[in-house]
Design a protein around this ligand. Structure first.
Ligand code: FES
Length: 147
């Protein structure tokens, strides 16, 4: 069901932890499955992501996608990090089963949320970054609202 890369990142997740005084912190969740992901970014004066850590309370695919997402944004500029979509994370993991695609969306949104926090703290606007949703099901019309 899962690729070797997914299993590897699930069993040996990279960049687990927190960053004290992080430049930006983003937390997102999915009300349906109850999973929560938090990403910490340490961004230098050149807007390069020097360090990144994550904490995920969620399924194995959520752990694997957060691990891979942190690897993909590390050392990148904030603009390059914006290009790290859930699709890019999934490709880097050699794919995910269809029922687990939403887990990779959490990773994308958590990065965006952390970048948004950084931008707000510094009074800047990051082009192409929209205010992230804290629940990735917000705004999805086909979802019922009964929870
Ligand atoms: Fe919800 Fe994986 S099942 S994030």
């Amino acid at each position: 069901m899962y690729s070797d890369k997914v299993m590897d990142h699930f069993q040996n997740p990279r960049n687990v932890g927190e960053i004290a005084d992080a430049s930006g912190v983003g937390t997102v969740g999915n009300a349906k499955c109850g999973d929560i992901m938090r990403i910490y970014l340490d961004i230098d004066d050149d807007q390069v992501i020097r360090d990144v850590k994550f904490k995920t309370f969620g399924c194995g695919a959520a752990v694997a996608t957060s691990s891979m997402a942190t690897e993909l944004v590390k050392g990148k500029t904030i603009h390059e990090a914006l290009q790290v979509t859930n699709k890019a994370v999934m490709e880097a993991l050699d794919g995910l089963p269809p029922v687990k695609v939403h887990c990779s969306l959490l990773a994308e949104e958590a990065i965006h949320a952390a970048l948004w926090d950084y931008a707000e703290k510094n009074g800047i606007r990051i082009e192409g970054l929209e205010k992230p949703k804290s629940d990735i099901h917000e705004g999805e019309e086909e979802e019922s609202e009964e929870y």
